[in-house]
Design a binder for this molecule. Structure first.
Ligand code: FRU
Length: 324
């Protein structure tokens, strides 16, 4: 390997939220161990056109590798194909495109996540009941795959009916709006499967606002941060969630394996896990311990300030770039 070579990696995020913040932080932290990598971030605010422009910009700047979470499967494919055809290695993470032109994929198995949640709800309902599904953005691969897994799991339970499916684009406010209309239609349901925790919390707020009791809600992500899914499950506001891992360390490791021509796998599936009231507390405790160790490591490396400055600078760059 050539350790003197300095690599620039472009990270194209489709959205900005606490899940992506966690991932971005993990990526930056990983550069402490690999000081031959510099990261550039761009965040597209759920906008296909903006994400396409940002990736085009990364291509123009000549990044050595692209890490992309494509907003939707069709819309971002052509610019990713363009990067790939120019010889820039492309890592898709978390979300996929409908194109075969990528170097590697890393992320959780969304079919599995949906399947686990379907099975959990069916068990809770003892095989009988009416469910609403609040889906993420229609053309994004996790929304499609989570739905597929969910519906497949329910096939074993003929007494369970999915009576409503609505798109809330991964957003909390839209989750609340969609739940408002479900409630307005007087649809008798006993469970809501929201495809992420933000929409689940939005839906929960709608039930609270209308003083509706007896509707249980699950989500996905289970972030162990304040206000995240893990706390909401622990506190009994959500029935369950599913750890949708970020693992920026592994994303970075994959990037460097590709850049430094070490062997790697093309498709890398990260393990998720069901979170219920029974394990949420223990998981939060473990996470607290991990956070302390991470803080210690970061201190040891003495890079906190430089990292923050750099990151802020990049945020500014991203912001300026997004308004053009
Ligand atoms: C974060 C997010 C998560 C969801 C994932 C799906 O941007 O919306 O809440 O699990 O993306 O790609």
């Amino acid at each position: 390997t050539n350790n003197n070579r300095q690599y620039v990696i472009g990270v194209s995020q489709c959205s900005e939220d606490i899940w992506r913040d966690k991932l971005n932080n993990e990526l930056v932290m990983s550069t402490y161990q690999h000081d031959n990598a510099t990261l550039k971030f761009a965040s597209a605010n759920d906008n296909d056109k903006l994400q396409t422009e940002q990736i085009n910009q990364f291509i123009k700047e000549g990044v050595d590798l692209l890490i992309v979470s494509p907003n939707q499967i069709h819309t971002i494919s052509s610019v990713i194909d363009k990067a790939y055809d120019k010889g820039i290695p492309v890592i898709l993470f978390d979300r996929k495109t409908d194109s075969k032109k990528y170097t590697a994929f890393i992320g959780a198995d969304n079919y599995e996540a949906g399947h686990e949640m379907g099975h959990f709800i069916a068990q809770q309902l003892k095989g009988k009941g009416r469910i609403a599904e609040i889906s993420g953005l229609k053309g994004s691969s996790p929304a499609i795959e989570r739905n597929r897994g969910f519906m497949d799991a329910l096939k074993a339970f003929p007494g369970i009916k999915v009576v409503s499916r609505r798109y809330a684009d991964w957003l909390k406010q839209k989750g609340e709006d969609e739940m408002d209309s479900i409630i307005a239609r007087n649809m008798p349901i006993s469970y809501v499967f929201a495809q992420n925790d933000r929409m689940a919390i939005g839906a929960l707020q709608a039930t609270e606002k209308h003083k509706i009791k007896g509707i249980k809600i699950v989500g996905i992500d289970a972030l162990p941060v304040p206000g995240g899914g893990m706390e909401n499950v622990r506190d009994g506001r959500l029935e369950a969630s599913y750890i949708y891992p970020t693992r920026g360390d592994l994303v970075m490791q994959l990037a460097l394996n590709i850049l430094e021509k070490r062997p790697y796998k093309r498709d890398n599936y990260l393990k998720g896990a069901l979170v219920t009231r029974d394990n949420a507390n223990v998981l939060l405790m473990q996470n607290e311990e991990m956070n302390k160790q991470t803080a210690r490591l970061t201190n040891l490396h003495g890079k906190v300030d430089t990292y923050l400055a750099q990151y802020n600078h990049q945020k500014v760059y991203i912001f300026l770039f997004s308004v053009i």
